[in-house]
Design a protein around this ligand. Structure first.
Ligand SMILES: [Cu+2]
Length: 139
């Protein structure tokens, strides 16, 4: 898994040279557990521009709805909370990773596909299509 994610990353880097102003890497989807239809998406987003960017939403033909979530500590429970946006300051990177920010893909319907495309929407009106590698269920 790690190796294929790396080769995808390298392919993305090669395809996108020179360096993109906003770089999205390590994009993976953890498919639903058996019987479920909610998948989770993780990625890293780096802002190489000198202006803040704001992720305000995401869509995909592979899901009915995608929400931006984070985890918050509530006593000793870790709960999810929906966010309306996530800002990435100039020159910084934000990780969407287990235990933190993530995308929730409700009504996930990509079947056994090993990649899906997610369109990320930004506060400045721009959008970006990102290939997510679907993690294998047997992990
Ligand atoms: Cu969530």
């Amino acid at each position: 898994m790690r190796r294929s994610a790396l080769s995808l990353l390298l392919a993305a880097v090669v395809a996108c040279a020179p360096q993109e102003a906003v770089e999205i890497t390590h994009a993976v989807v953890r498919p639903p557990i058996a019987g479920g239809d909610v998948a989770v998406g993780y990625f890293e987003i780096a802002n190489h521009t000198d202006a803040a960017i704001e992720l305000i939403g995401a869509t995909s033909s592979a899901a009915r709805t995608i929400e931006i979530h984070t985890h918050v500590h509530d006593g000793d429970m870790l709960r999810m909370r929906k966010l309306s946006s996530v800002a990435v300051d100039p020159g910084t990177q934000v990780s969407f990773a287990p235990g933190g920010h993530h995308l929730m893909l409700f009504g996930y319907g990509a079947g056994e596909a090993d990649r899906i495309t997610v369109t990320m929407e930004f506060g400045n009106g721009s959008a970006r299509s990102v290939e997510f590698t679907v993690e294998s269920r047997a992990r």
